[in-house]
Design a binder for this molecule. Structure first.
Ligand code: BGC
Length: 734
């Protein structure tokens, strides 16, 4: 993205804000406006509905098998929304079926349109690694526009779970370990999906990102204060940005499954936060209340979920098959069902789904080159250079022979592309081709597959690997953590390179040639062993359709890396959780045995949060606070001089952390409170200003109340969470 585009988007966002406010809660910006006030329309419709039709509105079914049976259910008013219907013809058939139902209530078409409909974008964790929410907003808009064009109306995104345990496969779907960063990306993604024409379901409310042992679906134990400080902020940000719906988490939090947790779904979300959209369950989560051992059967599960505040049952068949009986038996009131139906209808009205034009003419497919352009920019800005000994990268024309090793390097494999809507996979350049195009005259590119498949499950030809490496001046080794090892149901106990890829690296390193390691991964890996064998390490995430091209641009110096880690990379699994925002301990880590440390491992991570190198360098100086003393309603204003001290233009992510030095409870040693991604030409410098409202320096107590204590604070500014440039300030008492 050019700086011009960024500035333009920024202006647009500012410009849209008053418009969105003017529309009030009746219709979100972008959706057709309803002329009549909403409540009477909703009430009039509810008054005409039978109990079965009401329950039908709460039923979200997945498209599977033959369409005919499902169309019949829609015609008879038994379905309120569908998911995974992506072929435009099927969507049309479902729409028509809904139209011919007795009341003609439209369906919502849901899909995990997260980072791909047709063009594969890097995954959301990579979006966060750009530290560029405006770019993430564009990416979300592009995915949404592709999806809206086939008729999808609702995305099950953004996932905003804060994740501090890389063993959990779903870290790939979120923005990493920090609530401030996650909140910025949550809001940006909601805005982007909305601009592209989709409603959003912010998920998974709440605490799904902290499963014990990093094992998917496992319970989480989260103190209330921590829930509010760490896990809830991105949800609040997404709702403030206008997310129409919320998806509840599968797991238990403090022993209670969220899908049956009235305190969270009704007390907090609706009561305290005033959310008036609807809450959907996750896939079969209501049925799984039986597995959790909080319901004896599906009927009890349906009752508990509805009364807790789940409005829509995703593919659980619990509401459809049991709510009517629960009403007859007097265990669930019709009023409770009406309330859930109102929430669903309200969203349908807000989305303009009752509007005929909206139903007939889905928006047109966006221009492919526009979508690809954004995907390429996300890939470029997300790659994180974590090691570059002796300035090994970028490869200069002085390097005459380069060996490219790894099956991934010659593959267009994208495991996150799932071919919806019968579309053909978009053309994807391999790294091998992208590199060949960019070499200087006289430079030679050798290639050896090395392993049998992109994920390196077994060796192909070890002798060829050694021969190829020996014939080169430098080796680029591409390793890959397959998506089968990332995402839902893909927790790992070992975070080393998968398959035989560490052996492959050892083999290459043994030739004595300098190795640049390219790590295609969906999560932080424990790369200590790999790091010692490589001169350069570049984390590329899963790059998607444009990823290999962007990677070649970076390897050859056409572009300068600017990504920063949104999650800490541990040295070993035993360190987990290892995050930058830890609490201080009674005995800070030292050399003495009786300090907070390991006897067999360092305490520090391999690559810290917020860290990422560039091909240029930056200096920070003149950290200034507008005032060293701010009131409780005041704003901390920080400015710092940042200079590009290297020889290339480049982006830098300026990060502001704070620490409350003394408080009633122990506070993290630092917390991210602001950031800005800036671009500087060589020798250029800029004063960067960052502001934080004093109230955002507070924390929550065990009742979830925000506390802001007067006293001493420290502001720390720099290019990573290990920054040292600091200034002290104070929050004044009453
Ligand atoms: C996932 C959700 C997803 C849903 C529908 C579930 O298994 O947890 O995140 O939106 O499936 O695909």
């Amino acid at each position: 993205m050019s700086r011009l585009t960024a500035a333009f988007i920024f202006t647009i966002v500012l410009w849209l804000l008053p418009q969105a406010i003017a529309l009030g809660s009746e219709s979100r910006s972008g959706a057709p406006k309803t002329a009549a006030p909403l409540a009477p329309r909703v009430e009039a419709l509810v008054a005409r509905m039978t109990l079965d039709e009401k329950i039908g509105q709460l039923n979200l079914v997945s498209h599977a098998g033959s369409i005919d049976g499902q169309l019949q259910s829609v015609r008879s008013g038994k379905v309120g929304a569908v998911l995974n219907v992506v072929h435009p013809d099927d969507i049309r058939a479902f729409r028509n079926a809904a139209r011919t139902s007795r009341l003609g209530i439209p369906l919502i078409f849901g899909l995990d349109a997260v980072n791909v409909l047709r063009i594969v974008f890097p995954p959301p964790l990579a979006w966060a690694a750009t530290w560029n929410p405006a770019l993430a907003e564009e990416a979300a808009e592009a995915v949404a526009r592709e999806s809206a064009a086939v008729g999808v109306t609702w995305t099950f995104a953004p996932m905003v779970d804060v994740t501090r345990d890389p063993r959990w496969g779903r870290v790939i779907e979120g923005a990493g370990e920090d609530p401030f960063l996650a909140a910025a990306f949550a809001a940006a993604r909601v805005r982007g999906y909305h601009k592209g024409g989709l409603a959003t379901a912010v998920k998974h409310f709440v605490g799904y990102g902290a499963p014990e042992g990093g094992r998917d679906y496992n319970g989480a134990s989260i103190p209330v204060s921590e829930l509010h400080d760490r896990h809830l902020p991105p949800f609040k940000a997404a709702l403030d940005a206008g997310s129409e719906t919320v998806m509840a988490a599968f797991n238990t939090v403090n022993g209670v499954p969220v899908s049956a947790n009235r305190d969270l779904l009704t007390g907090l979300l609706r009561g305290r936060w005033g959310f008036d959209g609807f809450v959907t369950s996750d896939y079969n989560a209501i049925g799984e209340l039986v597995n959790h051992g909080v319901a004896a059967d599906l009927g009890e599960a349906a009752r508990k979920a509805l009364l807790a505040g789940i409005d829509m049952d995703m593919e659980g068949n619990a509401y459809a098959s049991h709510l009517a009986d629960e009403v007859s038996a007097g265990r669930v009131s019709v009023e409770a069902i009406d309330e859930a139906v109102r929430r669903v209808l309200r969203v349908k009205f807000r989305l303009g789904l009752f509007d005929e034009n909206m139903r007939e003419a889905p928006p047109s497919t966006p221009d492919e080159s526009w979508v690809r352009g954004i995907a390429r920019e996300v890939a470029r800005q997300s790659m994180v250079l974590v090691k570059n000994e002796g300035g090994m990268l970028p490869i200069t024309p002085a390097i005459k022979t380069i060996a490219l090793i790894g099956a991934f390097a010659d593959s267009d494999y994208d495991s996150s592309w799932y071919g919806p809507a019968g579309l053909t996979k978009p053309a994807t350049e391999t790294l091998h081709d992208a590199m060949r195009k960019r070499l200087a005259p006289g430079q030679k590119l050798l290639f050896a597959k090395g392993v049998s498949d992109p994920c390196g499950k077994s060796f192909a030809d070890e002798a060829e690997v050694v021969r190829t490496a020996e014939a080169a001046d430098l080796v680029l080794l591409a390793v890959f953590e397959d998506c089968e090892m990332s995402g839902e149901g893909a927790s790992r106990a070992d975070l080393g390179l998968s398959g035989v890829q560490q052996q492959l690296l050892d083999l290459v390193a043994a030739t004595g040639k300098p190795v640049g390691l390219i790590v295609n991964t969906g999560r932080p890996l424990a790369l200590a062993a790999a790091d010692t064998k490589a001169s350069a390490v570049l984390i590329t995430w899963h790059g998607g359709t444009e990823g290999r091209t962007a990677l070649a641009e970076i390897l050859t110096g056409e572009r300068t890396p600017s990504g920063k880690l949104p999650m800490t990379f541990p040295r070993s699994v035993g360190q987990i959780p290892v995050v930058y925002s830890q609490l201080p301990t009674s005995r800070p880590p030292g050399h003495d045995r009786y300090t907070s440390r390991y006897v067999d491992e360092e305490v520090t991570p391999l690559y810290p949060f917020g860290f990422g190198l560039s091909y240029t360098s930056f200096s920070y100086s003149d950290l200034t606070l507008a005032s060293p003393r701010i009131g409780r309603d005041g704003v901390l204003e920080v400015s710092v001089r940042v200079r590009n001290t290297g020889k290339r233009p480049g982006h830098e992510v300026v990060q502001l952390y704070t620490r409350q030095m003394v408080a009633s409870r122990s506070r993290p040693i630092r917390e991210l409170k602001g950031f800005a991604k800036i671009f500087l030409e060589p020798g250029e410098e800029r004063i960067v200003n960052l502001r934080i409202a004093a109230r955002d320096l507070g924390y929550h107590d065990d009742d979830g109340r925000l506390i802001l204590e007067a006293g001493a604070f420290r502001a720390i500014v720099g290019g990573s969470s290990t920054a040292t440039l600091a200034a002290d300030f104070e929050i004044a008492g009453e």
